[in-house]
Design a protein around this ligand. Structure first.
Ligand SMILES: O=C(O)CCC(=O)C(=O)O
Length: 340
């Protein structure tokens, strides 16, 4: 049983307009700090991503996902295409691509990745919707309409990621631009278009309960409910109005802040008789960054670190392995330092 949304809605316009709006700015900072400590989630309006582009993106992904499977498979990477590995360290070729129908954890959705991930298995396939010249991915020309929309949208999300990261930097009282300097490479960010199939009488799992392994995530959807956030033993249903973004803190910020900010568990529940379409933009950090509680929240305050340090790419690899080894599922608790 889930309760309906009580997530705070935060107006980001004070951060985006030219003229000074100190009151608006202070209020938004305070609200974001509270929301990220309490829920790990907030809703954002006046966020700078054009609403018309968001709505167009949903239309094109719906048209894409409505195609028959055989046609969608034509959109997959050509076999010889080089597929970037998840840690961005080098390229390798020959990964299978296609469309996810069902993963071993019971997730049932289709997704299309801006970057093709270098991991797959017999049950998990995916399609690369976007291409960056530097990744040298081959793709089918007829995908261009989807690509164009995503490519147009992408820089807005990169900018927003940097803005929200900066707000979080200041909420946490870190030195100016600390997180910006730490997170200085955008090559692992990606955008995914998702399609959740209607639920059946016996199965409504869309995306199983998880927290996000990255830094900050932005989601928007077509108004069909399904996203739920776990808080204080209850699931809260999030169904924001059109044009509103769901913003959530990922595991990296939770670890860096030594749990000052929260990477909340969430899931997607499929609805009877209804498909659901959404997009998620994942703002990440470079693969070779050491992730550990910052001294500002440990030694400088006399607090113990709650996590062991790790490289981001190692964590991502463990999470990718979750797909093939769900029995050994790894989340951020893997790095927790036990209290005893
Ligand atoms: O589709 C959604 O609303 C959320 C997707 C999600 O939870 C994720 O990508 O981590």
């Amino acid at each position: 049983m889930a309760h309906s949304s009580t997530l705070p809605t935060i107006d980001l316009s004070a951060f985006l307009k030219q003229e000074d709006d100190e009151d608006g700015w202070k209020k938004a900072m305070k609200d974001i700090h509270e929301a990220c400590s309490e829920y790990g989630f907030f809703l954002a309006v006046n966020h700078g991503v054009p609403l018309q582009l968001m709505s167009q993106a949903l239309q094109v992904s719906k048209s894409f996902f409505d195609l028959p499977d055989e046609d969608k498979l034509d959109y997959s990477l050509k076999p010889a295409a080089a597929t970037p590995p998840i840690d961005g360290s080098s390229t390798h070729s020959g990964s299978r691509t296609g469309i996810i129908i069902e993963s071993p954890q019971g997730d049932k959705f289709e997704y299309a990745l801006r970057l093709a991930l270098g991991a797959s298995n017999n049950k998990a396939e995916y399609v690369a919707l976007l291409v960056e010249a530097k990744l040298a991915l081959a793709y089918n020309d007829s995908q261009l309409v989807v690509n164009q929309v995503l490519e147009e949208m992408y820089p807005y999300f990169t900018k927003l990621g940097s803005l929200v990261e900066n707000i979080i930097n200041d909420c946490l009282g870190l030195p100016p631009d600390f997180l910006k300097e730490y997170n200085d490479d955008r090559s692992l960010d990606f955008i995914i278009a998702l399609h959740y199939f209607p639920a059946t009488e016996t199965d409504n799992v869309g995306k199983a309960c998880h927290s996000d392994g990255n830094s900050i995530t932005f989601v928007f959807s077509d108004g069909v409910e399904g996203l739920q956030v776990y808080k204080d033993g209850e699931w809260i249903s999030i169904c924001p109005p059109e044009g509103t973004l769901v913003v959530n803190i990922g595991d990296i910020i939770q670890v860096l802040s030594n749990d000052k900010l929260k990477s909340a568990a969430h899931r997607v529940v499929r609805q009877l008789g209804k498909s659901r379409y959404s997009y998620a933009f994942l703002y990440t950090i470079p693969g070779d960054k050491l992730v550990e509680p910052l001294p500002h929240f440990t030694v400088n305050k006399g607090d113990s670190p709650k996590y062991k340090g790790f490289l981001y790419k190692e964590y991502v690899q463990l999470r990718v392995r979750n797909v093939t080894r769900p029995q050994d599922r790894v989340g951020i608790a893997h790095y927790e330092i036990s209290k005893s």
